[in-house]
Design a binder for this molecule. Sequence first.
Ligand code: CA
Length: 207
Amino acid sequence: MRSNPLTACYPVLVLLALAGTSRAYPEFQRAISLSSGRTVNCAMCHVHSDGPEGNAPGQIGHLSLAEQTELGRARVAFEPNASVKSPILNAFGNHIINSLGRKQFLELRVTPGELANRLPKDSDMDGDGISDADELRAGTHPLIKSDGRPWLLFKANLSANLGQILLMLAATVLGLWGLQHLLHGFDVATRLEDDEEADEPHNSTPH
Ligand SMILES: [Ca+2]
């Protein structure tokens, strides 16, 4: 009786995947640090800033049985859109695996600088107006709204609030224009009053 080749391969794939649970992928970290000039630690994608190895919360030695099962599921999510939630990855790390699948992610290890180009272009997990891909290129954290290149944050804020800024500018210009005309009106009224007083006959002049 012939066995299904996929079924036969499954234990091997699982073993290979679980063998990788204790490994992080520093080539991505190095590539981001090199391109951005910023020091990037494991917390960009992992729960723990020291990476997955260890016994602290968010590391492999601290996982419950249920979390180990979920980790195993994440490790064999070779295709995109598997909706996995690895307990050693943060939301951005899981977003990478769910967007690309582990197969494509592992292939990128030889060209780690390409990772940003493979992410969904419209994805902005922290909603700061800078896409996750641009945050990766800039070495800023895709889950921390306040962490972004000042110029990119300025451009994103300007773009998001352009309507309000234009309205405020228009209101300021109109307000200054109105104030100028009001002051001019007071000035004219004062001059007229002074002229009228000057034209009135001087009653106290002796005869
Ligand atoms: Ca962002």
